[in-house]
Write a protein of this length. Structure first.
Length: 271
């Protein structure tokens, strides 16, 4: 009787978690289509002199290249608003939006250009994110199939949790709007990133036969999850205390993580 009650409670919790994560993924996809991040295709980094942002790389056929920006150019203002840190640039770009003119004040080879450079930011390419979402759906489909076919099999629930966390890791994509939905997506993705490797290692140590029955071996379980907890703590410190560089931002974009963290120095402000 007690076992049946536990199984029902477990099934209910898994169902609620699954429905909740799927709903969150749908809302996230909808928000991504409605809210577009402006991007000029230029890798801006803080200049060592502190005078502005230096263009380290200009992506071919990007708004920045079409506007005539060259690597080495120094950006000192956007729409007449001074730009010293990357956060200043991000703030002005978000206020400007996509497909609208943004006037860049550029200094080239130590000489300020006679007129502003007109850039029309566009939304960044999100094709890699859509492919990642497909992988997330595959994880979820495999988990559901195994759970329903082998509900009573050893570690079936554990395997489903791994698939569910993998779904969240691949399906949740931070948009940059930073409202309650976007923050929920961001932190859910961070938690999934911290949990997934530990869940897989724990499953590998427990399947097909339980290898952690011994009391001493059970002490290994906290060690399995310790790196994930440490990683989550590192995220908290990074968000609240550290500052990301423009170079880090573009490297994360290129990696196609979809978890692009908007650290303190470049979180947009809509005030």
């Amino acid at each position: 009787m007690e076992t049946n009650l536990i199984n029902r409670l477990q099934a209910t919790l898994l169902a609620v978690a699954t429905v909740g994560l799927v709903l969150l993924a749908v809302l996230n996809l909808r928000q991504e289509r409605q809210f577009q991040q402006p991007d000029d295709g230029v890798w801006w980094i803080e200049a060592p002199s502190g005078a502005g942002l230096e263009a380290q790389k200009v992506v071919p056929d990007s708004p920045g290249q079409r506007a005539g920006i060259h690597p080495g150019d120094l950006l000192t203002a956007v729409n007449d608003a001074p730009v010293v840190h990357l956060s200043d640039f991000e703030r002005e770009l978000y206020r400007n939006g996509v497909y609208t003119k943004a006037e860049y004040t550029i200094t080239r080879d130590g000489i300020q250009l006679d007129s502003s450079v007109v850039v029309i930011p566009e939304p960044p390419d999100r094709s890699l994110q859509q492919a990642s979402r497909l992988i997330g759906l595959i994880y979820l489909a495999i988990g559901v199939y195994v759970l329903f076919r082998r509900w009573t099999a050893p570690r079936a629930t554990h395997f489903y949790l791994f698939c569910l966390v993998s779904f969240a890791l691949n399906a949740f994509k931070y948009t940059g709007k930073w409202d309650w939905l976007d923050q929920t997506v961001f932190w859910s993705n961070v938690i999934a990133e911290s949990l997934q490797p530990a869940l897989f290692l724990h499953f590998a140590l427990s399947f097909p036969e339980e290898r952690l029955k011994n009391i001493r071996r059970r002490l290994l379980v906290p060690l399995v999850y310790a790196p994930g907890i440490a990683l989550f703590g590192l995220w908290l410190m990074a968000i609240n205390r550290w500052e990301a560089t423009g170079l880090l931002k573009h490297r994360l974009d290129q990696a196609g993580t979809g978890t692009m963290p908007r650290f303190t120095c470049w979180r947009p402000s809509y005030s």
